[in-house]
Ligand binder design. Sequence first.
Ligand SMILES: C=C(C[SeH])C(=O)N1CCC[C@H]1C(=O)O
Ligand SMILES: [Zn+2]
Length: 598
Amino acid sequence: ERAAEEAAGREYMRKLDELMAKAQNRRTLASWNYESNITNYNEEQMLQISLEVAEEQKEYWKETMSYLWHEYEDPDLKRMFKKYSELGTAALPEDLNQRLLTAISNMQSIYATATICDYKDRNKCDLHVEPDVTDIFANSEDPEELKYTWLEWHKAAGAPSRGNFTEYIQLDNEAAKLNGYDSVAEWWLSAYESDDSEDQFASLWSQVKPLYQQIHAYVRRQLREKYGENVVSARGPIPAHLLGNIWAQTWGNIEKFTRPYPNKPEVDVTSALIAQNYTALKMFQTAEEFFKSLNLSGMPDLFWERSIIEKPNDGRELVCHASAWDFYDGEDFRIKQCTTITSDFFFTTHHEMGHVEYYLQYKHQPIVYRGGANPGFHEAVGDVIALSVSTPKHLKIVGLLEDGPEDTESNINQLYKMGLDKIVFLPFAYLLDIFRYGVFRGTTTTRDYNCHFWRLRETLQGLEPPAPRSEDDFDPTAKYHVAADVEYMRYYVSYIVQFQFHRALCQLAGEYSPGDSDKILSACDIYRSQEAGEALGKMLQMGSSKPWPDAMEALTGQRNMDASGLLEYFEPLHEWLKRENERTGEYIGWEASNIEYC
Ligand SMILES: C=C(C[SeH])C(=O)N1CCC[C@H]1C(=O)O
Ligand SMILES: [Zn+2]
């Protein structure tokens, strides 16, 4: 009797998965059309189709819940039913779902269409976050220009979204409760499939915080020497507008005037990319070649036909923020990216193509398993490849770096450059969702949203705003992922596990062996390694069919996240920074800010 019921359940799952493939394809196409061309019509279409698909899902869900899947023998069939038993925002009554989708698309449109005036030419008022504000923060060394641009961007993209954000929080929490969660925070955390994920995240932060404090202290000194005592204090937080990035999330753009050994060559490929007439297409082809060198999949023809790899110049408004898309039909995979010819975009291209490689490797899986083992795994794939690409050894192979010294100083410079991305990013990623967990749980109330955000920016990142902030401001939605309802702990997890993956792949490639000073982790390049490619492919093919510790174990032999890979990679830099900060007597950590932000 039960065997017959389970067989019926299996047949139902197969049918449901086909129906959901069509529904997801339809909804994804509508989202693509809206995000690649923001018009009222495309927004209406996206909302309309999302609501239709939600109603369709509601019908399927009623039938799904009529099966006694809790009692099935087959763990895999139970896992599929469990995933389909979570209805998501479609659980909301249609009118509330419509208001939720509208609030989110309003925030997304405000972010994507926000423009500011140029500091030097106040009549030029068509500057978007990409490429204009991004380029100003990458190149300007004028604190007044940076302060003006920072304040204008946060005024144009952050504050106007406060109303939409408050409504989004309330309605998304409604949806969470209808799915059996106390708030969206627990719903987001459920993607990491363990009941102590928050403790794991906190423990990872305590492992890496000492290293972060050392690089923070060193950078603060460098900035104080450049901009003076009145702009950068000796013991306080670092002003957030001086770090080469509008969100101060990575600081790679200030490497050129802060690196440990300035008389050693700068490790930045931007000038080489420009000198060699790299186009966006050539960047994509270079990235694809690396994946193919591992015997992984190249990009299918449709990818090259339908991707948008440069900002269209037909005057349309679009969401420029880089993204990779799976259309759930096993053939249509795209990237949308407003590429400019910079080192940042060279690595972002590898990051986005990592998403598509994951899509390609698990496209045989049922729809319900076409996802990362957890969201952090999906963000890690491209970055793991980029860890090999960013080595001087590899950059020389592809001709983007001249033959230069491979001495200790150059190695410290290289680690410092990598640290301005990978170490610096950790507290930013961590706090963005610590902030939103508090907002979803109601421990942070609407009247102190901005104050709480800056309290976290100060205590975790050691930053302060360039000018006083109040609740008339709303700085969190000046960051894409907050405006677009994209969970962010995935990047924090990625920046930890990508070093565990890198270490395992490097060992397989014969590029790394523990304790061998000729094969250190930070010099490893897995380019053309069949062994590494095969192991990576096997993990990617699993999709989300198993809990992520199984996927982690398949590749690394470990079942837990830990910072040992990252700490081993940066160990020489950590030692150097400690000695250097002692030598200069730099204060480690930061005292409270004098800027009024609460
Ligand atoms: C490139 C993407 C698209 Se998934 C991105 O949003 N990233 C990649 C690094 C962190 C995060 C960000 O830009 O904030
Ligand atoms: Zn990504």
